[in-house]
Design a binder for this molecule. Structure first.
Ligand code: SF4
Length: 445
């Protein structure tokens, strides 16, 4: 089975296992699917989802809209409009307004678009000194959509906040002007949705000797989890392997930033074969995922996932916190609980799996890791540090927040010890006032 077939709101009634869903579950697909993007495919349906475990199955929850993914009043509003068969324009307008209420642009990404000669580059983000994100315009979709995705506005036609670019020459020019950049991350959507020829047209210019500063090419992708045949039997899979080999032969580090949310994604022969094939080109595979209620909020899920990844020759890299956007109310986990899950999972695995970092939030000032809960003068505090910061000097400096066992995102925390602001806040304001780098978030990521 390797011929790709996708399902969305338009043809979901053709999904082979739809008969396994109740009337209400089908209705939820239609109602939630009007607001948040929905796309799945035949591999996910036939090989990953356990249809005897609906709706709790983690991969079903990962790709199918469930009623609770919308706030109650939002759900009720769209349900009422659809039942009343209102005009499309009225429905679209209500949907648009709900989307605006779901924080479609988390962590200040819109502030981070760099410029060349005064022209804003909408397909590049540059937040951290060494790394530039590139959003190739043909890579702004995925083989299936994750229901928690923070890039969801890109997939529902909110074009005013879509990042995309097809001009490689502008990227090259930018990289020449910014010799401090060593890493380019191709992201989306999923860049592996592109045909090899197109991907190649973006990557080949980066191999030019003139771009001696570029040492690592990263590709953020979920395709090993959602469509491993991309690397095995798609008609240009061999060509793709040759491209990977070429990058490695050129002396660049090629890092596939693979996105796996649950061990079941690593359990198929196709996924294992895809990993083996990618690794045989000399590319590395680093893995990452957010910690998500209803999908992977148990330490044993993470320890199993890291162990499987290492056995398959991948490097566990990040555990993220679900972002403050879209269906965060459904997936979000308090920071303290996320840290406990991380800690327990970390304790269960050997040193080779402990390359993973987390739990980490991609926030406006940078990537903030929750190091844990401590106690000073009998007061509980949350200890954090930057893994990446808009100012590199912030990195690896511990800082403290008042203990709050309910906070699910950084902006809900208060500085500890009666301080008014965290140590970086004033500087952050002046950085915004001067110039802006942008975001190294790898797809949720
Ligand atoms: S998390 Fe990645 S693979 Fe999933 S929908 Fe978002 S961009 Fe696509």
């Amino acid at each position: 089975m390797n011929s790709y077939k996708s399902y969305s709101l338009r043809n979901y009634d053709q999904i082979p296992r739809l008969g396994k869903l109740t009337r209400n579950e089908k209705k939820a697909i239609e109602i939630v699917g009007n607001v948040l993007p929905f796309k799945t495919n035949n591999y996910v349906i036939e090989q990953l989802i356990d249809w005897d475990n609906i709706p709790e199955d983690p991969i079903y929850t990962l790709t199918f809209p469930r009623k609770e993914m919308l706030l109650q009043h939002h759900y009720a509003k769209i349900e009422k409009m659809i039942s009343a068969n209102v005009e499309k324009e009225i429905l679209d307008n209500a949907v648009y307004n709900i989307r605006l209420e779901l924080n479609p642009h988390p962590d200040g990404q819109r502030y981070n678009l760099p410029t060349i000669n005064g022209n804003q580059l909408n397909g590049i983000q540059h937040k951290y000194r060494e790394t530039v994100l590139f959003f190739p315009s043909q890579g702004q979709t995925c083989h299936a959509y994750c229901t928690f995705c923070f890039r969801w506005p890109q997939f529902v036609g909110m074009n005013e906040i879509k990042f995309a670019m097809k001009e490689t020459d502008l990227l090259v020019q930018y990289l020449i002007e910014h010799r401090e950049v060593t890493d380019v991350l191709f992201t989306g959507g999923d860049p592996m949705i592109m045909k090899t020829q197109i991907l190649s047209s973006y990557i080949e210019p980066l191999l030019d000797d003139e771009l001696y500063n570029i040492q690592t090419i990263r590709i953020g992708t979920k395709s090993i989890g959602y469509w491993p045949y991309r690397f095995l039997t798609d008609d240009d899979a061999d060509e793709l392997m040759r491209l990977f080999e070429k990058i490695v032969k050129k002396g660049k580090n090629l890092a596939i930033m693979a996105h796996f949310n649950h061990p079941v994604e690593l359990s198929t022969n196709a996924a294992a074969d895809a990993i083996r094939r990618i690794r045989s080109t000399g590319a590395q595979i680093r893995t990452q995922s957010p910690v998500l209620k209803h999908i992977n909020d148990k330490p044993e899920v993470w320890s199993e996932m890291w162990r499987k990844q290492v056995n398959l020759n991948c490097i566990p890299y990040y555990m993220f916190i679900a972002r403050d956007t879209g269906a965060q109310h459904f997936f979000g986990i308090p920071l303290v609980s996320a840290w406990k899950i991380f800690r327990e999972a970390y304790q269960k695995v050997s040193g080779v799996c402990r390359t993973v970092r987390g739990p980490s939030m991609s926030t406006t000032p940078g990537k903030i890791q929750v190091l844990g809960v401590g106690e000073v003068n009998q007061d509980k505090i949350i200890v954090m540090r930057f893994l990446q910061g808009r100012n590199p000097d912030w990195v690896a400096r511990p800082f403290f927040a008042e203990y709050d066992e309910n906070a699910i995102w950084f902006d809900e925390l208060k500085p500890a010890f009666g301080k008014e602001k965290f140590f970086f806040e004033e500087e952050l304001e002046s950085i915004f006032n001067e110039h802006v780098y942008d975001d190294e978030s790898e797809n949720f990521e």
